[in-house]
Design a protein around this ligand. Structure first.
Ligand code: FES
Length: 78
């Protein structure tokens, strides 16, 4: 079942499948998340997921099964 992912501060909502990588969902939505290694080593792509205690790496993290997931990206793209 598809879920919604809300990207802040962009205020863009996109439909995604649980298990999809957050970075792929963001790219599909036109939301820019800075990246470097794409292997989980650099933390450049870290984002905050509402309800999670610690930031996650968008290149590794997957969309959870909640109906609405709110993702807050830290960096402003250049
Ligand atoms: S791009 Fe390096 S950890 Fe995600």
């Amino acid at each position: 079942m598809s879920v919604s992912v809300l990207f802040l501060p962009d205020r863009i909502t996109v439909t995604a499948e649980p298990g999809e990588r957050l970075l792929n969902v963001a790219e599909r939505a036109g939301v820019s998340i800075p990246t470097c290694c794409l292997k989980g080593a650099c933390y450049v792509c870290k984002v905050e997921i509402e309800g999670e205690a610690n930031p996650v790496r968008a290149c590794l993290a997957t969309v959870p099964t909640e109906l609405l997931t709110t993702v807050h990206r830290y960096s402003t793209p250049i």
